[in-house]
Ligand binder design. Structure first.
Ligand SMILES: *Cc1c(COP(=O)(O)O)cnc(C)c1O
Length: 339
């Protein structure tokens, strides 16, 4: 028996999802003739109260397209030092858009409106890059699934408006934040210029992300997606999985959060563990005591069929998900107790 907690991306499509995919009506999406894609895009645009949505194969491509929409080469995006767009998209910000990142030294991947405003370069000071975008992430990945305080996001909106900056949300795991905080997609739609969401994380789809925004930006987004090589044909099969996931796998995220909290409680009592970061959603980040060797610890888990990932400096990460069943959870809690 393997218990794979490396990421919420390791899930396989359920029987119900596969049936939905098999029965999907499809067409050539490059001609905008795929009814399933059109339905998914409309559903997400309506859900967030924004004009239009566009399907992407990956979250990275959706974020990269957003960066391109909001910036010109040489300009700068303000983001946290933990940001996915900076750390985990292969240097795409510079490769695709020719921009640099002004890194904010935030807390768990989040920063304050004051910190953002202090990071805006004066537009008439032509020696520094022109600031054109603020990008935030909710939940934060490297920050351990932390959720932003919505009031801070509102203050950031004011900073963006005041300095004429775009405002992008990397919402790969926004679903988890919505469930954890009892927030609504429309609240987010009112605040941001663009929002990317992943179908392939907690919602359990094999692929797919969606970028949502106003009409003008999204018309440009189709072109940018084409340039990035992301124009797809009968991709309604993937959209059908997404529609199925929104109906069946959204509310259940609360389950993943509950399991993560339970794991965290046990870990925090363990003698090998220095500390467990606060758990708000489905990500658990914990630190081993100094004298414990990380690779030895990982090996001892591997022997028991447990897969998790190391994040460097004796920190490890686990993520709960759809395929981490109640049965696996009970077994895993037992294993931790006896570790
Ligand atoms: C997973 C993730 C993405 C997108 O990743 P892809 O693997 O390209 O789909 C973007 N942002 C965050 C915060 C993520 O966790």
């Amino acid at each position: 028996m393997t218990i794979d907690l490396r990421s919420d991306t390791v899930t396989k499509p359920t029987k119900g999802m596969l049936d939905a995919m098999l029965n999907a009506e499809v067409g050539d999406d490059v001609y905008k003739e795929d009814p399933s894609i059109n339905a998914l895009e409309k559903r997400l645009a309506d859900m967030f109260g924004m004009d239009e949505a566009l399907f992407f194969p990956t979250g990275s491509m959706a974020n990269q397209a957003a960066l391109k929409l909001h910036t010109n080469p040489g300009e700068q995006v303000i983001c946290d030092k933990y940001a996915h767009i900076y750390n985990y998209e292969g240097g795409g910000a510079s490769f695709n858009s020719g921009i640099s990142c002004k890194l904010v030294d935030g807390h768990r991947g989040m920063f304050t409106a004051e910190q953002a405003e202090a990071s805006v370069n004066p537009p008439d000071f032509y020696h520094s890059p022109l600031t054109s975008l603020i990008a935030v992430e909710n939940t934060t990945n490297k920050g351990g699934g932390a959720c932003w305080d919505f009031e801070e996001l509102k203050k950031l909106r004011q900073i963006a408006t005041k300095h004429n900056l775009g405002y992008h949300l990397d919402g790969a795991r926004l679903w988890n934040a919505l469930i954890s905080k009892g927030e609504s997609p429309k609240q987010y739609g009112e605040l941001f210029d663009t929002i990317s969401v992943c179908l392939s994380k907690g919602l359990g789809c094999p692929m797919g992300s969606v970028l949502i925004g106003n009409k003008e930006l999204m018309q440009k987004a189709v072109r940018v997606r084409k340039i990035l090589g992301g124009g797809m044909r009968q991709v309604g099969f993937a959209a059908a999985a997404g529609l199925y996931a929104l109906d069946n796998h959204f509310e259940r995220l609360a389950d993943d959060h509950k399991k993560a909290t339970e794991i965290g409680q046990l870990l925090s009592k363990h003698s090998a563990i220095e500390k467990v970061e606060p758990i708000e959603t489905n990500i658990i980040i914990f630190e081993l005591k100094k004298h414990i060797d990380e690779s030895q610890f990982l090996d001892s888990l591997t022997e028991k069929g447990i897969k998790i990932i190391g994040m460097g400096s004796n920190k490890l990460r686990m993520v709960t998900h759809l395929d981490y069943t109640d049965k696996l959870h009970d077994r895993f809690l037992e294993i931790i107790e006896n570790l």
